[in-house]
Write a protein that binds this ligand. Sequence first.
Ligand SMILES: Cc1cc2nc3c(=O)[nH]c(=O)nc-3n(C[C@H](O)[C@H](O)[C@H](O)COP(=O)(O)OP(=O)(O)OC[C@H]3O[C@@H](n4cnc5c(N)ncnc54)[C@H](O)[C@@H]3O)c2cc1C
Length: 305
Amino acid sequence: MRKSTVQDVIEKAAALEFVQNGAIVAVESLSGKELQYFYKSWNEGVEDLSATSRLFITQVGLEPILRQEAAERGGVQNYGTELVSLSEDDDGVSAVVRSRDDEHTRSIRARYVVAADGAHSTIRRQIGIEMGGHGSSDCITVYFKADMREMIGDRNLSVVYVLNPHLLGFFRFSFDAGSGFLSIFSVTDPETGEHRNLVADLSDERCIDYVRTALGCSTDTQIEIENVQQWEASASSARRYSKGRVFLVGDAAHTMPPTGGWGGNTGIAEPTPTTSPGSLRWFSMVQLTPRYSIHMTPSGGPAGL
Ligand SMILES: Cc1cc2nc3c(=O)[nH]c(=O)nc-3n(C[C@H](O)[C@H](O)[C@H](O)COP(=O)(O)OP(=O)(O)OC[C@H]3O[C@@H](n4cnc5c(N)ncnc54)[C@H](O)[C@@H]3O)c2cc1C
């Protein structure tokens, strides 16, 4: 980001979303016992090692900045457009894409393809690259509103891990402590002690119960569920990161559980070694074509997993 000159813009956008430099702490519940501070300040120890500091910004906050930067540098962005098939010959790659609005299909010809199409990458499947690694578990993220000012007090908390006998997960809170999200890895039934299938019941009632357990608050606290999302926690890496003229990046190349916040960061770091200073033209990585798979794999995990 620093090399591509968007660092300042990102810093300003991040400051609008979160109080930066907060703590990372594990608690039994937000109102309950603090178990361990991993960092008092998220940038502790970083200042001496890096020209920039760590920032907290959502993907929703970051992507418009990157989109604008790409557009200013001549990148054409097609939304609502799905890649349905891909074929390669000696001179380049042909992709068939379909408009999701009117189902219209057309062909795009390019010299190279960067597959940044996420964990369920269509492109990775089409070129036959397999994933290896560890299995996955069903998780959920509950977005909610509640007045947490008293529970947080004067603590500046960036990430709050909840290690409760009945619930494992983590919190992030909004600026005003009036909303947040709780990502949940696992829950045990308080009566039977057995693991619950998290995705089997995503009712507001059940999700309010989870948020209440993690907050450690009484039924007097009003909790409103805004949204619930399902996702899989897994640790896996593509067997190789490129094939012919196609290069995998981001979650298409590797997945990891969210603890530590490495998934998106690793995707962003991947092209860095080949970025020319002051330029966003990281597609220059294709100059390293024969080496890309070897060169990039260490950032996402060993290819031989
Ligand atoms: C709860 C949770 C918390 C996380 N916290 C952090 C964190 O703190 N820090 C961090 O760095 N990472 C975090 N991550 C991981 C991070 O969200 C991912 O690593 C990141 O979003 C991956 O980005 P990506 O661009 O590779 O893939 P995605 O964000 O999945 O984007 C892929 C895109 O490709 C599109 N697409 C898919 N198939 C096609 C197709 N056939 N044609 C056209 N388009 C297609 C999709 O619509 C999507 O827009 C977290 C993840 C979770 C689940």
